[in-house]
Every structure is written in structure tokens, then in C-alpha cells.
Design a protein around this ligand. Structure first.
Ligand SMILES: C[S@@+](CC[C@H](N)C(=O)[O-])C[C@H]1O[C@@H](n2cnc3c(N)ncnc32)[C@H](O)[C@@H]1O
Length: 331
């Protein structure tokens, strides 16, 4: 068994981020007229310096968020506390972080709720941990496992920097989830690691019936492996696999168009629900191989998002009008 250090930490914070006028110790994002952002930590008596002049921290302390400060060089800076999305994209990284678009989908699709008991592996840089902690709240539990002590330290630093100290719902263990998992009666399990299938047995044991496993994976080969292993395992209902794309827009007068650049790929998500003990998964209805049916009817009843589990039958219980090729039946 690997070294395991539980970090329950002193319960000094409520897990809420600061609000109200800026205070010493707060993180503040200063945005210049070109949209460049600098993040500072307020300290009485200190000054923010750039090649565009200085701003004394004391002029910021006590002001409301959204205030504008003029540097000694005459440049105006807009001041806000960083949002969690800002924090995620700018945090010191050990491992690659889960991007906000995927973190939001994990919270939604894995149904992370206030008060939930959630396990997570690996903690990595702690980006997803911050989103999960927000979602479970101070009365829930997020137990994060990270096998690399150096990454665990980075994750702890990033979580504590965002919440202003240890979060009351967070437990961080240096170890492997599949070997060191201590919790039982878990509502949700979120896996972001190279080989999430290695954790399926441990997660199935810890989850309550109806609980959810959610894996974030970067490649199609990982996606295929986790889906097939969940199916073969026998204690999970049919998995749901999907990805999320986010495209920002340029909106300026008559020039209204998608931005030229976007993040083309981050990862895929797979979710599945834990069956009751002793229940075997219902036989899966295989979809017909490509070519076995007339050309797909893309006009009938195929609203976006209707491919979610449970939504692939029409009202009279027949297969949807848009048969999809199933790689297993194509082979
Ligand atoms: C991509 S990173 C996770 C990033 C994290 N979700 C974030 O948003 O910052 C994957 C992490 O999983 C850890 N890991 C891999 N297998 C693990 C296991 N079986 N148990 C615990 N941690 C594991 C790795 O050390 C690595 O830090």
C-alpha cells in the first residue's frame, strides 16, 4: 500500500469565496485596456507595479468589486476577484487541468449536489476539485485521491488559494484510489486519470445503488475501454458517452461571427449508474448495423440532446428514427 496522508486540515474556512469590499489577503484581477490580466494578492502598504505605473494596494482595499483604478502612468485597470474559471485557467499546474466547460458538465451529468458524498481521482492540480467542492458545499464530502505527492501539494495549494484556506468538506489522500479508498456509501465517483477502468471494482463497492461513476478521458481508445469495461462489469447500467464543444463569438456591430480560434478538443465524458446489489444489467438492445435500414431520417424527432440514456425510444417504444452505427455490430 502506498503512503497515505489524510489531510483533514484545520476547519478555518466555510468554503465560501470572499465577497463585499476588497480586503487584505484577497486575490484581485487587474485588467488593462487591452484585456491583459494580472492577478495580485492585496497587502496593506504594498504597490502593484507595471511598466504603465503603480497602484497602491491601499487604494483598492475597501473598494467594491468592479471598481476602476488609474495607475500613476494614467492607465485604467478594472478590478474583480477571480472567478473559478479564471482560477482554473491560471492556476499553477502539475497535471493538466479539467477545463471549465468539462467541469460544468461533470457537475451536471454526474449530478453532483449539495451535501453529496463524492470521491475523486486523481486530484492532479485541483481544478476539478474546486468545482466539485463548490457543488457539494460545506456539508458534503469530497474525498480526493492523488498518487503523486508533488501533485497533491499543488492541488492543495490551488484549492486553498481559491477558498481562502482549507475547505471544510475536502479530504485529500496521497495514494491510489483503487488501493486506498477508505469511504463507503458514496453518492458519486469522478475519475480523471489514465486508466480509470482500474478503479471500477473499488468504485462499484463504494457506491450506493443509484450512485454514479463519471470518467473524464482524453482519447477514444480510453473511452472505448471504460465503456466496455463498465458494461462487462455487471454492476452498472448502460454507460453514456459524450463530449462538449464550446465556441465563443465575436460580437461587434455588424461583425457577428464565431471567434476564429477555439479549443478543439479536451476530453470525453462517460457516466453510468450503479445497479442494486444482485441485479444483472438488462440485455442491451443492439442497434442495427449501418446499411441495414433506409437512409437516416434526420427530420423526425431528433432534437439535440435526445440521445441521453433513456431517450433513445420514441413515444411508442420503438427505436429512434436515426439508427446509429454500432462499432460492435459493424465488426
Ligand atoms: C489529468 S490529472 C487530473 C487533473 C485534475 N482533474 C485537475 O482538474 O486538476 C490525472 C491525475 O491522476 C493521478 N492518478 C493516476 N492514477 C491514479 C490513481 N489510480 N489514483 C489516484 N490518482 C491517480 C495522476 O497522478 C495525475 O495527477
Amino acid at each position: 500500500m502506498s503512503e497515505t496522508q489524510s489531510h483533514d486540515g484545520p476547519r478555518t474556512t466555510t468554503g465560501r469565496i470572499p465577497h463585499g469590499p476588497f480586503r487584505p489577503g484577497d486575490q484581485v484581477q487587474l485588467t488593462d485596456p487591452k484585456g491583459r490580466i494580472n492577478t495580485i494578492t492585496l497587502q496593506a502598504g504594498k504597490e502593484y507595479h507595471s511598466h504603465k505605473g503603480a497602484i497602491p494596494h491601499d487604494t483598492i482595499i475597501g473598494s467594491p468589486e468592479g471598481s476602476v483604478f488609474r495607475s500613476t502612468g494614467g492607465i485604467e485597470y478594472l478590478a474583480f476577484r477571480p472567478l473559478l474559471t479564471d482560477h482554473t485557467l491560471r492556476m499553477p499546474r502539475g497535471a493538466a487541468v479539467v477545463y471549465p466547460k468539462d467541469a460544468a458538465q461533470i457537475v451536471a451529468q454526474a449530478d453532483i449536489f449539495p451535501g453529496a458524498r463524492v470521491i475523486e481521482a486523481g486530484a492532479g492540480s485541483g481544478a476539478l476539485s474546486c468545482f466539485l467542492l463548490r457543488a457539494v458545499g460545506e456539508h458534503g464530502l469530497l474525498s480526493s485521491y492523488e498518487r503523486r505527492p508533488d501533485f497533491a501539494d499543488i492541488a492543495r495549494g490551488n484549492v486553498e488559494r481559491f477558498f481562502g484556506g482549507p475547505h471544510p468538506a475536502w479530504r485529500l489522500t496521497v495514494g491510489s484510489l483503487e488501493h486506498d479508498l477508505a469511504e463507503t456509501e458514496i453518492d458519486r465517483a469522478v475519475l480523471d486519470m489514465l486508466a480509470p477502468w482500474e478503479c471500477i471494482d473499488a468504485v462499484a463497492e463504494a457506491l450506493i445503488p443509484g450512485g454514479m461513476i463519471c470518467a473524464y478521458i482524453a482519447t477514444t481508445t480510453q473511452m472505448s475501454r471504460i465503456v466496455e469495461d463498465l458494461r462487462a462489469h455487471g454492476r452498472f447500467a448502460e454507460p453514456y458517452a459524450f463530449e462538449t464543444m464550446l465556441r465563443s463569438w465575436h460580437v461587434d456591430g455588424l461583425a457577428v461571427r464565431p471567434d476564429h480560434r477555439m479549443v478543439g478538443h479536451t476530453g470525453f465524458l462517460v457516466t453510468a449508474r450503479r445497479l442494486a446489489d444482485g441485479v444483472t444489467p438488462p440485455a442491451r438492445r443492439r442497434r442495427p448495423a449501418k446499411g441495414a435500414h433506409p437512409a437516416p431520417d434526420t427530420t423526425a424527432g431528433s432534437a439535440p440532446g435526445n440521445d441521453a440514456p433513456g431517450n433513445d425510444a420514441t413515444e411508442n417504444g420503438t427505436a429512434p428514427a436515426t439508427p446509429q452505427a454500432d462499432p460492435a455490430t459493424e465488426a
